[in-house]
Design a protein around this ligand. Structure first.
Ligand SMILES: Cc1cc2nc3c(=O)[nH]c(=O)nc-3n(C[C@H](O)[C@H](O)[C@H](O)COP(=O)(O)OP(=O)(O)OC[C@H]3O[C@@H](n4cnc5c(N)ncnc54)[C@H](O)[C@@H]3O)c2cc1C
Length: 404
């Protein structure tokens, strides 16, 4: 087996939003970064493809805002939620904040290009298969090219940014499927969809929920999430299952879709939820989905990937600059900073899941929010990551939401 040239500061496994952002932030701080992705870009990724407004300042910070702007992503000014009985309300982001929808194939290619432009050495089509270890901890990776060639790469730190089925988390025995949640998602693209606007849509009911992200005035990403047991009837015919599920579970949405056309073969992923026992270990840490993924209902995954990368870059840089033997201990700061940055939003997501899991509660909530656009805006602002999630647990907000 060959050995890659020289020891790097950081080896990043995965070139999705988390890995590319981390590479940018570390290169900006003068570190020597090598990044591996099993795929060749542009590559597809099953996702709702709606990024929250807080993605923009992070893209700006990593130097990628201009590249992403050049993709002309569809601007999103808010979210519309439709409950099982058809009650709809819309929450708007504030005037100066816009989210966006863009195909991950294009978005992730732009972010990876930025990582290269910042100075990261990027190896596409290179799958990391294992970790190199010494007594003190991880000291590199083993990677396999598409031609079957294997190489060893040493680094002072290895970062798992390799998504929900992270090989880094698995090799360190940190990752596992969520103990309870077993949900799957199926995504398709529809052309000629009527009634798309400058907002994302969430259709609750049908035993799960279905998101619609407008990628242009007529093209939409339509992705639903259902429990694993509902997927059993998919058999070998995913497209038939996808169409039937939309027709029977979200009939109002289906009326709009059937006048358009499905333009690509649907794709399914799952189980969705994964958790990590810890996000740092001697010589290694995890960012983005590799560090845990709960559920896409509030659509923060892309922003969270960028944000955890920013937090990780700060901790890594401090640890590397200190040039002492306390690298593992110093990385512990990342764990607590990440938890502080994500805890309230995850709780908010869980609270919403409970509310929308009961059709009656979802209908009641939707009727209330239909009459209170100020509360709807607040809720959507929290989902959009610019209103602090902890305000959702304040007694005033809950009282305003629930009082008869
Ligand atoms: C159904 C669904 C809908 C979603 N909708 C939204 C939404 O609307 N908005 C939103 O913000 N988020 C959404 N998310 C979440 C979002 O997709 C993720 O949070 C985000 O992609 C996380 O980025 P990441 O960089 O951590 O991982 P990924 O984007 O998964 O990137 C991981 C990368 O690692 C590479 N890789 C994996 N294994 C290896 C290996 N062994 N060696 C080398 N490379 C490897 C992969 O090829 C990939 O490029 C959704 C997720 C799902 C499942």
């Amino acid at each position: 087996m060959e050995t890659g040239s020289g020891r790097r500061d950081v080896a990043i496994v995965g070139g999705g939003p988390a890995g590319s952002a981390l590479a940018c932030f570390l290169c900006q701080r003068g570190h020597d970064v090598v990044l591996f992705d099993a795929a060749r870009f542009p590559r597809d990724k099953v996702c709702g493809e709606a990024a929250s407004p807080q993605a923009w300042p992070l893209l700006e910070a990593m130097g990628a805002a201009e590249r992403v702007g050049q993709l002309h992503p569809h601007p999103l000014g808010g979210m519309q939620l439709t409950s099982p009985d058809g009650t709809s309300f819309q929450g708007r982001y504030s005037r100066d904040r816009r989210g966006f929808a863009a195909r991950r194939r294009d978005l992730d290619t732009a972010l990876l290009a930025q990582a290269r432009a910042e100075g990261a050495e990027v190896h596409e089509g290179t799958r990391v298969t294992g970790l190199l270890r010494r007594a003190e901890g991880v000291e590199g990776v083993e990677a396999e090219g598409r031609d079957g060639s294997c190489r060893r790469w040493t680094a002072r730190l290895v970062v798992g940014a390799d998504g929900r089925h992270s090989v880094v988390a698995a090799r360190l025995h940190l990752g596992r499927l969520h103990h309870r949640l077993r949900r799957f998602a199926v995504r398709g693209y529809w052309e000629g969809v009527e009634g798309l606007g400058d907002h994302g849509e969430m259709h609750v009911g049908g035993g799960g929920y279905c998101g619609v992200a407008p990628l242009s005035a007529t093209l939409a990403n339509v992705a639903f999430v259902l429990h694993q047991r509902e997927m059993a009837s998919a058999g070998g015919n995913l497209e038939g299952f996808y169409r039937d599920a939309l027709r029977h579970r979200w009939p109002r949405l289906w009326e709009r879709l059937e006048r358009g056309r499905l333009v690509e073969t649907p794709r399914a992923v799952g189980p969705l939820a994964v958790e990590a026992r810890a996000v740092a270990a001697p010589g290694a840490l995890l960012v983005g989905d590799a560090a845990g993924f709960y559920d896409p209902f509030t659509g923060e995954g892309i922003t969270l990937a960028l944000r955890t990368a920013e937090i990780a870059a700060r901790a890594i840089s401090q640890a590397l600059d200190a040039r002492d033997r306390a690298l593992p201990e110093r990385l512990g700061g990342y764990e607590s900073a990440r938890r502080a940055a994500t805890r309230d939003k995850f709780r908010f997501n869980r609270l919403l899941q409970v509310a929308v899991g009961w059709p009656d509660a979802a209908n009641l909530l939707a009727r209330r929010l239909e009459r209170r656009p100020d509360l709807a805006d607040r809720l959507v602002g929290i989902a959009g990551d610019f209103v602090p999630a902890r305000t959702a647990f304040g007694p005033r907000f809950l009282w305003a939401l629930l009082r008869p």
